[in-house]
Design a protein around this ligand. Structure first.
Ligand code: GAP
Length: 444
């Protein structure tokens, strides 16, 4: 994990938020490569969950909502974690995360067993809307994106003219005042979620729970996370939320242990029923075939963007020993991202930076590719070093313009470039005219 955290900082994937002021615990900033990676992940989720389907539409809700949303959903009363204080060193912890010795919980910092009784700590960040800081102005930063979907259900049903089953998808920020943010970005106080609420008839819910579990596992495989690193944990009924008729956690084998990436939950009609009761506005669906009014049930695949980015980094990280032509062995650090989510798709390198024809041709290739993908032009240093820099950034392909390309070595390879593949380090010559289609085929 230390190696991954250090690579993330060195190469500009992830930095500590407000670093020059000592940081802010549980908050992170994404640098140039991390931002591209995150964007590619969210775009692919949107493509898979919304654009490629007839039965899902998108929305983008506000982060601040009427406080009554959180009262009705139950978050104001019960969205809590059990918190304990260590009387010896004054550290604070989530009671359920403390190690035990001889059946007694211990402080994670000093090992003391002198702990307070657990008390409920609400994870929502409280804030005030408007100029008066009194109770009537209180609301919260949303702790999940899902509630905006439930409270807009009726509007979206009307404008989209969808019939059950259909879903509403949303990607956006969520905030939780976690007692112990930890494991790099894994448990943060500010993070992003990708959530789908898939509404259905009550008798269809259990079947759709299985369907969405399979779909979500297919998604992880399609972004390059091998099934060997994933675990499906079926939550025992007694541990499920009282309104859930079934929940799966999709877990990933992080270097710090197997931990949840995504929850796929059958939430029945709980949320819509709560909002209908509290708002007094009908949130029912009218079934034209049976002429019945009822509150739809919902299946919810809810994934964390930041956790998935961390999983992608952990799954992609590799170090291997390679020997160069002179017999020198060195360690190659490589991020083996799937080309679909890699931050940069292709490096473009003129063999020499002081040759106008090589540089001009390389620049032309950059201009050709830029409207279609993220490319990186690099003319500085030995070509081997330039390849290594892109290996560390996870760039799957590299194009080198050399003297063959510009016809200075005779007609045989005139008009061709070297295409290098990151994982195998194999190089092949391909025609200038084929570069774009070669790459597009592999990154889509
Ligand atoms: N609407 C359902 C819901 O929010 P959740 O299991 O609390 O369910 C869903 O959250 C996902 O959001 C988690 O599986 C995780 O990926 C992400 N998530 C939750 N809390 C997080 C945190 N503190 N830091 C980073 N990601 C978090």
């Amino acid at each position: 994990m230390e190696k991954i955290v250090s690579l993330c900082k060195r190469r500009g994937f992830i930095f500590q938020s407000s670093e020059i002021y000592g940081g802010l615990n549980g908050c992170w900033d994404y640098g140039p490569l991390g931002t591209e990676l995150k964007r590619n992940l969210k775009d692919f989720w949107w493509r898979r969950m919304v654009r490629e389907r007839d039965d899902v539409v998108g929305m983008d809700g506000s982060i601040l909502m009427n406080r009554q949303v959180w009262v009705a959903s139950g978050h104001e009363a019960t969205f809590t974690d059990p918190m304990v204080d260590c009387r010896n060193c004054r550290s604070r912890f989530r009671a359920d995360q403390l190690p035990e010795k001889n059946g007694r919980k211990q402080c994670m910092v000093c090992g003391s067993e002198d702990l307070t009784e657990p008390r409920a700590f609400n994870l929502m960040f409280k804030t005030y809307v408007g100029a008066t800081e009194d109770e009537s102005a209180v609301t919260y930063l949303r702790p999940e994106t899902a509630q905006a979907i439930f409270v807009q259900f009726k509007n979206i049903l009307e404008v989209s003219r969808k019939k059950l089953p259909f879903g509403i998808a949303q990607v956006g920020k969520a905030f939780r005042n976690e007692i112990n943010p930890r494991n790099f970005t894994f448990r943060s106080r500010e993070f992003e979620q990708m959530e789908l609420e898939y509404f259905c008839r009550p008798d269809h819910g259990l079947e759709l729970l299985e369907y969405w579990l399979k779909e979500r596992l297919r998604f992880y495989s399609d972004i390059g996370i091998s099934s060997d690193l994933l675990h499906v944990h079926k939550i025992p009924p007694e541990e499920c939320a009282h309104y859930s008729k079934g929940t799966y956690d999709i877990e990933f084998q992080f270097p710090f242990g197997v931990q949840e990436l995504e929850g796929v939950a059958y939430r029945t009609d709980y949320d819509l029923t709560q909002h209908q009761k509290a708002s007094g506005k009908p949130l029912e669906y009218f079934d034209e075939e049976t002429k019945q009014h009822f509150i739809p049930h919902v299946v919810e695949p809810s994934a964390g963007v930041d956790r998935t980015v961390l999983a992608l980094l952990c799954a992609a990280f590799d170090e291997e020993h390679v020997t160069d032509e002179k017999g020198k062995t060195e360690t190659r650090t490589v991020l083996r991202f799937h080309p679909r989510i890699a931050p940069i798709k292709c490096g473009v390198f003129p063999l020499l930076k002081n040759n106008e024809r090589l540089v001009g041709q390389a620049r032309e290739i950059v201009d050709l590719l830029r409207p279609h993908m993220m490319v990186f032009y690099d003319e500085s240093g030995a070509i081997g070093r330039r390849y290594r820099r892109q290996d560390e950034a996870g760039t799957p392909f590299g194009v080198t313009v050399d003297f063959d390309t510009i016809g200075e070595n005779g007609p045989v390879n005139d008009g061709t470039v070297t295409m290098r593949e990151r994982d195998s380090m194999k190089q092949e010559r391909i025609a200038l005219a084929e570069i774009k289609s070669f790459l597009l085929e592999r990154i889509s």
